[in-house]
Design a protein around this ligand. Structure first.
Ligand code: SAH
Length: 369
């Protein structure tokens, strides 16, 4: 593939100079390169953009997460001040709907300090404008940069899928990493790293033990960036009381193999290397790996994954739909369509899943029947 986008040409020049890069670096640059990154430049969201996320489908999604957040705050003992943290807030739609719904509990709204973790300066400005009149958020570039020592409720919808993954292929000796390099004609190619193969323990999978029996040719993904984020979050949950919720697409089962990297441009899957910086580039979240990591961390409890359908139903989406239809009968068809989009098994209901992490000693959060 001849480098065909400005970012592809920039990466090709860097690789010519410094050698191949990991797929994790490729993904981070595709999304966040300061000049040519997808989130740096594009308008990703909504029908006129590249993809539609659950909060953009319907206000019901953010409202139900508002109910979830209020019950968590209640279970934290109704602290007078706490951090309501959102990772990757997109257009700010989810937080707007969440805060509106949470007005039923004025003490929650008074106590919440809204902290938005967002890499893109352009999206930060959009989020601040969207939330004007509701709250003045604090912006941070990463979870590690957020204040410590305050009780918190954290949410992240379609955030983990943006974190980098590395890929390894098994051969008879061990595991070799796939990297982005250059072919004979200067074209970008993904190829196996030369040099000695790595043992399973060295490739950063929390399920290293299970890798031993996999046959040569098997491809697996690991996400060191996800593991670092979860480690950071667990350390916070050990230190202060908190709840965290992640909703994303991915598999629940252990021992997943094969590449899940995918590029989406204008609502269609496209070739990864042909669209670097001009398409959304994501991976399927490995929920089993996250839960395994939590199990190995003392004082942390993880719940789920449960399907988005079960999660939203447990939070009362059926009742919310009925109330909205009752209020505006003329919008009934549109609301029904939005509802189906969120919960139908052949739409977002099954592929999308929710997991929660919590400090030890707290009651379980809502939504995980
Ligand atoms: N939660 C929103 C947007 C999802 S898209 C929704 O559901 O509509 C992913 C969001 O995460 C974007 O706002 C993107 O800029 C942000 N993001 C992606 N990777 C990030 C990172 N490493 N650090 C901070 N923000 C990131």
């Amino acid at each position: 593939m001849k480098p065909s986008t400005p970012l592809a040409r920039k990466l090709a020049a860097e690789i010519r100079r410094d050698g191949p890069i990991s797929l994790s670096s490729m993904l981070v640059r595709a999304l966040h390169d300061p000049e040519h990154g997808f989130y740096t430049r594009a308008q990703p969201f909504g029908a006129e953009g590249h993809f539609v996320t659950a909060p953009e489908v319907s206000q019901m999604f953010g409202e139900l997460l508002g109910v979830w957040a209020v019950t968590c705050w209640d279970q934290l003992g109704r602290p007078e001040s706490f951090d309501l943290i959102e990772l990757g807030p997109g257009r700010g739609t989810l937080m707007t709907d969440l805060l509106r719904a949470a007005r039923i509990e004025p003490a929650f709204s008074r106590a919440a300090r809204v902290v938005l973790v967002e890499a893109s300066a352009r999206l930060q400005a959009e989020q601040a404008a969207r939330l004007e009149g509701l709250t003045t958020p604090v912006f941070r570039g990463s979870l590690a940069a957020c204040n410590q020592g305050r009780p918190f409720v954290l949410i992240g919808n379609e955030f983990l899928d943006c974190l980098g993954v590395r890929q390894f292929v098994r051969d008879t000796e061990g595991w070799r990493e796939l990297r982005l390099g250059l072919g004979a004609d200067g074209e970008l190619v993904i190829g196996l790293e030369a040099g000695p193969a790595l043992p399973a323990e060295d490739i950063g999978s929390p399920e290293a033990g299970a890798l031993a029996g996999l046959p040569p040719g098997t491809l697996i993904e690991t996400s060191p960036a996800t593991a670092m984020l979860i480690a950071e979050l667990c350390a916070r949950l050990q230190q202060v009381s908190g709840y965290a919720l992640f909703i994303d697409y991915g598999s629940a089962g252990e021992g997943r193999t094969g590449s899940s990297l995918q590029a989406v441009q204008r609502h269609a899957k496209v070739d990864v290397l042909a669209t670097l910086g001009e398409a959304d580039l994501t991976h399927h979240v490995d929920f089993a790996a996250i839960c395994a990591q939590c199990t190995q961390t003392e004082g942390i409890k993880s719940l789920g994954p449960v399907s988005q359908e079960r999660f939203l139903r447990a939070l009362g989406i059926d009742q919310r739909l009925a109330a909205l239809v009752h209020k505006t009968p003329s919008a009934a068809q549109m609301l029904q369509r939005q509802y189906a989009r969120l919960v139908a098994p052949d739409e977002m209901g099954t592929l999308f899943k929710a997991i929660a992490l919590q400090s030890a000693g707290l009651p379980e959060p809502a939504g995980f029947p």
